[in-house]
Design a protein around this ligand. Sequence first.
Ligand SMILES: Nc1ncnc2c1ncn2[C@@H]1O[C@H](COP(=O)(O)OP(=O)(O)OP(=O)(O)O)[C@@H](O)[C@H]1O
Length: 259
Amino acid sequence: MLEIRSARKVFHRGQPDEKVALDGLDLKLATGEFAVVIGSNGAGKSSMLNAISGALVLDSGSIVINGDDVSGLPVYKRAVRLARVFQDPMKGTAASMTVAENMLLAELRATKRTLRQGLNVKRLADYKERLALLGLGLENRLNTRVDLLSGGQRQSLSLIMAVGGKPDLLLLDEHTAALDPRTADIVMQATVRAVDALKLTTLMVTHNMQHAVDFGHSVVMLDAGKVRLEISGQEKADVTVADLIGHFAVKTDRMLLAS
Ligand SMILES: Nc1ncnc2c1ncn2[C@@H]1O[C@H](COP(=O)(O)OP(=O)(O)OP(=O)(O)O)[C@@H](O)[C@H]1O
């Protein structure tokens, strides 16, 4: 369960370039809910994810995960409970380590164990099985350094590492945006399988309206640091790309009228 309560963040307060990134944002996600977050550039999507992960300290408001207020916790303490996959395939993995070593690191981080428990036969078999589900041949590259993988393979590995520890919350930050369409599709299918199988509470930010239509239980549209629209249930099942784009268009019309 995730609750964002009246989150507010202003950058460069009182200066000519003041920016209100989060303007009293409220959002509630039930355990196991998969919400897709959309919104125009500057709407506050990244700021919201950063506020959840602890990378951004709120001016006011709170972040509650499974009933615990984590607002005062630093990034590394929240990292035990949540996992994040970034747009940049370089961000989620350690380049100079092998695929297997990266998976071990992710496992140890999630289970709070020490590095003394190394790569054993059982672990390697488990990693192989999990990687095989991606259909990218990564299961045969356990000893390959990650910087030798393609962007798509690397991003897929980031996803597998992120979900391996069954986090309380999964944050997907435009995680398929830098991939070619076929690889993006593979990563999205793997995402949906993992989220469904592990019943992960998930927030996925995307600019891809087809993904917003096709995936998730709900769509949340941010605008100017607030939730502008929430669609779930039958309404979500029936929504089209044109409907979603229409909501962006209303804003544009409003802006034109105001100018
Ligand atoms: N570190 C920062 N310093 C100053 N302003 C910032 C900073 N981070 C974000 N902002 C501003 O806060 C607002 C929200 O930005 P944010 O990056 O959260 O939007 P976004 O919805 O993720 O946009 P995009 O789709 O372009 O990634 C914008 O006006 C942005 O310029």
